[in-house]
Design a protein around this ligand. Structure first.
Ligand code: 4AD
Ligand code: MG
Length: 477
């Protein structure tokens, strides 16, 4: 028997109607007041058991974490902060939870501790809120693109090409690694492997996405991507979700505009649809901030940051302009940066990106026209012979949230680049053919979904916005 959701019951006008609710006990006070949560909302429903009405043995089983089904009348609540409560007539324990050993006590636990019990942490207010918001954002991604006529393409997860040319991929094989078949010169013979070749988990769906943009016009992917980079930071995962739109006939300017519209849409969607969870997360982030030294606190609260993004244009500037600003900045001159910016051509570190966003412009920044040498092979070469039409969107507290570019659509140009970088042509022949048959100017970008969720929820560690984080040394659950 299915019962109504607590979210809906809390909005109902109570007329004494009999309802059954099912959920998990958050707290049980004075042998009378059960706070019940079913995950549909951050708010609990109070279920009141009359003193003396139930056996002690039953009441003892109403513990934090237990799952119960309660039937009773929905009545106006005299308690503060809630309009309805349920007066319990009958009560069933669906699943006991031994309070002595249940790891989640009704008190504050550290996020580090909760990561160790990721199978239970979603029962806390914080993680319930984060994952409801994450759902809303995934839905909004599809709504944004569907409303604009983009088609959702499922690009492969196992692939034979290295989309970013960075080489940090997880191998997929069924060979016995203790005694792999060898070629005559002693190398592992992947011809005998499952796919008859080397295969990896994808780092990006972009290359396959481009093939679809060259027929369907405007497409997007939204799927898991994998990076075997040894990055132990609060912004990197080995498995993360990425949204990658790819559009025929867009130049870099159109691409930047779409990226800005997209993020603004998502932030506005959260403000419009996740109010209760955001209120909770805003408060939670403020408490966390209060523990930090003054100069590390952000000026705006979570909700104000979301509003700020929706209401203000992103600052656009070229890599060359950014380098000038950084070279002349106080932290650079005082050698406060760990990596001092000296010359044009160096890659920007996250400290530099954060300076531009958080200190200099105090708003989201889109950097474009990067040196070719620090960007991927597929980016469109500019007339100056040194830069490519790349763009990164940089966000406060996050750093790079989007990376993208106009793509090199000229066959000779891209072939030259592939050869310069020693990319195995036999793995990208099909990608190069796009430039031979009906090539078109086109652009696209990738939004790191977890980094977006970090921004929208105010969670400072990326491991706390994905159900089961994978990172170096950890694949528990
Ligand atoms: O800048 P990246 O590497 O770009 C690409 O993969 C392109 N193929 C995208 C495209 O043009 N279609 O990654 C894109 C975004 C980054 O801006 C960041 O938000 C996120 O993906 N990202 C990660 N998120 C979590 N953990 C990691 N290890 C990430 N690496 C990148
Ligand atoms: Mg990037």
């Amino acid at each position: 028997m299915r019962s109504p959701k607590i979210k809906d019951l809390l909005k109902t006008s109570p007329t004494g109607q009999t309802v059954t609710v099912q959920g998990w006990v958050r707290t049980f006070r004075n042998n009378q007041f059960i706070s019940l949560n079913d995950g549909s909302t951050i708010n609990n429903l109070q279920a009141v058991v009359e003193l003396g009405k139930f056996e002690d043995a039953l009441l003892k089983r109403i513990t934090t974490g237990a799952c119960i089904s309660a039937t009773g009348e929905l009545i106006p609540s005299p308690a503060k902060g809630q309009t309805v409560e349920i007066k319990v007539n009958s009560l069933e324990i669906l699943g006991d939870s031994d309070a002595e050993v249940y790891p989640l006590q009704p008190k504050k636990h550290s996020l580090e501790f909760l990561r160790e019990i990721a199978h239970l942490r979603v029962r806390t207010n914080t993680f319930g809120a984060v994952f409801r918001v994450r759902h809303a954002m995934a839905f909004a991604v599809h709504k944004f693109f569907n409303d604009r006529g983009f088609f959702y393409i499922h690009t492969p997860i196992i692939t034979g090409s290295d989309a970013e040319g960075a080489g940090d991929m997880f191998r997929v094989t069924t060979l016995d690694m203790n005694k792999p078949p060898r070629t005559e010169d002693g190398h592992i013979n992947y011809k005998e492997d499952f796919f008859g070749r080397e295969a990896n988990l994808t780092v990006s769906g972009q290359l396959e996405g481009e093939t679809f943009a060259m027929s369907l016009g405007e497409i997007y992917t939204f799927g898991p991507t994998f990076r075997a980079e040894n990055s132990n930071t609060s912004r990197h995962l080995a498995e993360f979700w990425m949204i990658e739109p790819e559009m025929a006939f867009y130049d870099i300017q159109d691409n930047m505009q779409l990226a800005e519209d997209f993020i603004k849409y998502l932030c506005q969607y959260a403000l419009d649809n996740c109010q209760e969870d955001l209120d909770f997360l805003d408060k939670r982030a403020k408490e966390e901030e209060a523990a930090k030294p003054q100069d590390q606190r952000s000026e705006l609260g979570l909700i104000d940051r979301l509003k700020f993004v929706c209401e203000n244009d992103f600052q656009r500037l070229s890599y060359t302009e950014a380098i000038e600003i950084l070279k002349n900045s106080a932290p650079n001159k005082k050698k406060k940066f760990q990596f001092v910016v000296e010359e044009w051509g160096t890659d920007l570190q996250s400290e530099h990106e954060r300076f531009l966003v958080e200190k200099h412009f105090k708003k989201p920044v889109i950097l474009y026209n990067y040196p070719a040498a620090i960007k991927s092979f597929y980016m469109r070469q500019n007339e100056d012979g040194k830069t490519v039409a790349a763009m990164d969107v940089l966000f406060p507290g996050i750093g790079e949230i989007i990376g993208g570019s106009q793509r090199e659509e000229r066959y000779e140009n891209i072939l030259k680049r592939v050869r310069e970088l020693n990319i195995a042509e036999e793995t990208v022949w099909w990608y190069l053919e796009l430039r031979k048959f009906g090539s078109a100017p086109h652009s696209g970008f990738g939004l790191g979904f977890e980094r977006l969720i970090q921004f929208v929820t105010g969670m400072t560690n990326i491991r706390d916005v994905i159900a089961y984080p994978r990172y170096p040394g950890s694949a528990e659950f």
